[in-house]
Design a protein around this ligand. Structure first.
Ligand code: C2E
Ligand code: MG
Ligand code: MG
Ligand code: MG
Length: 276
């Protein structure tokens, strides 16, 4: 009885919970207007060849410049967009911005775009993505779609969509790999090309076997399955060196560059190449 009363009190009177709900609702309303008001923009973080340090691709990362709150992190607003469904529109906006930017860069790169679970379950997703590729004139081979393990595991229809996209030449990456719950057996049957090692594991690299255990296991698994491994969140030269030793040759992180406006990345690539 006491326990029940306690639970009751918690749900009704916890102010932080109430505040959070109210703020979520306010953000959700604002987000519905954000696209039309031009408050969303896309930044790009280079993905580099760890041996040469040269950019070979870039990940598109959305930003929301809210009129009164300043920059709202995607960690905060993507789940809200996912619940309201506006993620479908935002996702296609990010894709189009990313492909237009890709065409403007003077260097040949690929572009990696995050795809949310809700987008993946949309019946028109394959058609929509191919339409944006067609409209912008970008070859499907230049596009990588990043999905999380849970997005695939939860969405049976999502797997069919990923298969179809891959048949068109688009590559699929599993984002934040190692943080989800898909079984290894399941992984061998998934339509994927790339495993992205979550930055929490990269952050543990410290030259000891314990620190590299998970990263090394993911790299080996990736090699056995003939997939490409990409490390995220590389912040130190030591981490980059250890990743190379372990057999991972692509990565991204603050060591190379933070997410940047598209034209700045072009600038960075030009100077990197001249330096070599
Ligand atoms: P993610 O896809 O795993 O993206 C990598 C995140 O790690 C980015 O955060 C990036 O800025 C950050 N990062 C990169 N290098 C480092 C590093 O060296 N150290 C640290 N501490 N962080 C680093 P960001 O831009 O805040 O995005 C967070 C998440 O929001 C993304 O994680 C992704 O799940 C989601 N997201 C961002 N843009 C989109 C989008 O257009 N669509 C969807 N569906 N989700 C998005
Ligand atoms: Mg990602
Ligand atoms: Mg990631
Ligand atoms: Mg991540």
């Amino acid at each position: 009885q006491a326990k029940r009363a306690g639970t009751h009190a918690w749900t009704l009177h916890d102010p932080s919970m109430t505040d959070r709900r109210a703020e979520d609702a306010a953000l959700s309303d604002d987000l519905a207007l954000a696209l039309d008001r031009g408050e969303l923009h896309v930044l790009f973080q280079p993905m580099v060849d760890l041996t040469s340090g040269r950019p070979i691709g870039a990940e598109a990362l959305v930003r929301w410049q809210h009129p009164t709150r300043g920059i709202v992190s995607p960690v905060r607003f993507i789940p809200i967009a996912e619940r309201s469904g506006i993620i479908t529109e935002i996702g296609l906006f990010v894709l189009e911005q990313a492909l237009l930017q890709l065409k403007a860069w003077r260097q040949p790169l690929y572009i990696s775009v995050n795809l949310s679970p809700r987008q993946l379950s949309e019946p028109t997703i394959v058609h929509d993505i191919l339409a944006v590729l067609g409209r912008t004139g970008v070859p499907p081979q230049s596009l990588v779609l990043e999905v999380t393990e849970s997005a695939i595991v939860d969405e049976k229809t999502g797997i069919a969509a990923l298969r179809a996209l891959r048949e068109h030449g688009i590559r699929v990456a599993i984002d934040d790999f190692g943080t989800g719950y898909s079984s290894l057996q399941y992984l061998t049957r998934l339509p994927v090309d790339i495993l992205k090692i979550d930055r929490s594991f990269v952050g543990e690299l410290n030259g000891t076997p314990a620190g590299s255990a998970i990263t090394e296991a993911v790299i080996r698994l990736s090699q056995v399955l003939n997939l490409t491994t990409v490390a995220e969140g590389i912040e130190t030269a030591e981490q980059a060196a250890e990743l190379l030793t372990l057999g991972c040759d692509t990565g991204q992180g603050y060591l190379y560059a933070r997410p940047l406006p598209g034209p700045d990345l072009d600038q960075l690539m030009t100077t990197t190449r001249q330096g070599v």
